[in-house]
Design a protein around this ligand. Structure first.
Ligand SMILES: [Cu+2]
Length: 221
């Protein structure tokens, strides 16, 4: 859905750009100052109601179309139903992350990291492929931003938002391809902001079940 919105916005923007460029080139070529005529002003158009209505209406229609699709999709994308089988508490801090995963009421031992220069070395969040996951974002210090580029989703982590505030939460369905995906902080949050890297490892459900069994909080590691 995000991908469709992105593609659609590009198509609309390119079409608009093409029309504008054609009009500019047309005006530049066919409305040049002619050598034969004297330097005098061309006929001045004023208070031309049809034209004024036209150039008010066209941008209004364009903006409305953009607004409609953006509002419709962002409402669907940010809706939190609360039925995700996997829930992750994400705590951002200067300058890394702590992930605490809860599955079927079982909470795993938190995974916390340190500033690193390669995302493979950062804290790793393990999730099942093609599964709905709920994230709950919080921070104790400054504003961070949770971003896994491959998920096409980014959300700011704002300090001081109460736990029951739905604005802290979002749900996504993870990708279908098992792999290790890069994650980063997307809000300049201090000296080691650029090293606030992490990774998300997507694994098949069976492997994830095994991971849960061996990483439950309190159980022997
Ligand atoms: Cu940060």
């Amino acid at each position: 859905m995000v991908q469709n919105l992105w593609n659609g916005a590009w198509i609309a923007a390119l079409a608009t750009g093409a029309v504008v460029i054609v009009l500019i080139v047309w005006a530049a070529i066919f409305h040049r100052k002619r050598k034969t005529t004297k330097a005098e002003l061309p006929p001045q158009v004023r208070y031309n109601l049809p034209i004024e209505i036209l150039y008010t209406l066209i941008p209004l229609v364009m903006v409305s179309v953009f607004f409609f699709f953006t509002a419709r999709d962002s409402e669907a994308i940010t809706r939190v139903v609360g039925d995700a089988p996997v829930k992750v508490k994400v705590e951002a801090f200067q300058w890394s992350w702590r992930f605490t995963t809860t599955v079927n009421g079982k909470t795993l031992a938190p995974v916390a990291g340190m500033p690193v220069s390669d995302y493979h070395q950062g804290p790793q969040l393990v999730l099942p492929v093609n599964s709905k996951v709920e994230f709950d974002l919080s921070t104790e210090d400054v504003i961070h931003s949770f971003w896994v580029p491959a998920f096409l989703f980014k959300r700011d982590v704002i300090p001081g938002i109460r736990e029951d505030n739905p604005g802290r939460k979002f749900e996504i369905t993870t990708l279908n391809k098992p792999d290790v995906y890069a994650g980063r902080c997307a809000e300049l949050c201090g000296v080691d902001h650029s090293r606030m890297l992490f990774s998300v490892k997507l694994v098949p459900q069976a492997e994830f079940d095994q991971y849960i069994a061996t990483h439950q909080a309190g159980s022997a590691q």
